[in-house]
Design a protein around this ligand. Sequence first.
Ligand SMILES: Cc1cc2nc3c(=O)[nH]c(=O)nc-3n(C[C@H](O)[C@H](O)[C@H](O)COP(=O)(O)OP(=O)(O)OC[C@H]3O[C@@H](n4cnc5c(N)ncnc54)[C@H](O)[C@@H]3O)c2cc1C
Length: 328
Amino acid sequence: MSMNTVDVTIIGGGPCGLFASFYAGLRGMSVRIIDSLPELGGQLTALYPEKYVFDMPGFPKVLAKDLARDLIEQGTQFEPELVLEETAQSIEQTENGYVITTASGKRLPTKTVIVSAGAGAFQPTKLGVEREDEMVGAGIHYGVRDKSVFKGKRLAIVGGGDSAFDWCLNLMDTADHMMLIHRRDVFRAHEDSVEKVKESRVEMKLWYAVKELHGNGSLTGVTVENTQTKETEHLECDHLIVNIGFKSSLGPLKDWGFEIVKNQIVVNDRYETNLPGVFAVGDVCSFDGKLKLIATGVGEAATAVCFAKTYLDPTAKLFPGHSSDMDL
Ligand SMILES: Cc1cc2nc3c(=O)[nH]c(=O)nc-3n(C[C@H](O)[C@H](O)[C@H](O)COP(=O)(O)OP(=O)(O)OC[C@H]3O[C@@H](n4cnc5c(N)ncnc54)[C@H](O)[C@@H]3O)c2cc1C
């Protein structure tokens, strides 16, 4: 399957890719966004939709899912072509730019590319126990999309990091009975969150690891094993949130010929990679002084788009003008 040539293809529909899409539309460029996830929003949607973000300019406090919703509205305002549930697999240079081939074999021609792939097409780390895949959607979760699913239910959360503790605090008023299962008594979470959970009604099951899942059609309990004594115990629960991290790998992008340092693509002060006309912004890019934050990443996206514009049309101005002067 082959498609039309666009001015810019954005790989990754997270906050930086979405803002790049908006900005490219603002500059009159045709846009295609490719994302391996079925939904736009990147980490905001996939990892922490129910958490508050406090460091967005103009928003003293905004839920990640609300921020994602507005970024999606803004980022699709100029009607970019969306290619979702497709992983950008390979790139080949052509006379007019590049052709990106997706995992399913779609060949997508483009004049320039902006890679905003975050930590790559991330996958949650799994427990690695039998029936785990079968129980996804039937009690096993790797993130929280909708808090109401846990209303009045027996919930266990596995993990000892910020996500596990944040979800304990976040779901305390929603779930009926709550447990935190962790293989040690040392945590990688903010002390404040740890203290709050310890003082709460959350039952702490420390030095335990989940070994078996039980239930026909939906989860009813788990067998945990004491990591020191190896004794096992049955715990009843309707839902289990697994928060033991995500595998972050650039995956196929590692073979595209980029200069890569510590899993990030090296860019110059135009956010251009070592491939001409291919830019990288957001969490995926690396330069001296890089901060992995949305506020800085969206600025990188705007700058990269302006340089992509002048790459395509050397007579175009780099400075886009003020949006407040535009009739949008
Ligand atoms: C729990 C948590 C809380 C956070 N809180 C804050 C906060 O308060 N403030 C803040 O500024 N930042 C916060 N961050 C960080 C912030 O979410 C990231 O900096 C931001 O999401 C980076 O945006 P991005 O667009 O670069 O990448 P991402 O949001 O990671 O999006 C990348 C997208 O690219 C897609 N992708 C990757 N590779 C491919 C491929 N080969 N083909 C197709 N698609 C691909 C992925 O599926 C993903 O959707 C937090 C992060 C976490 C995990």
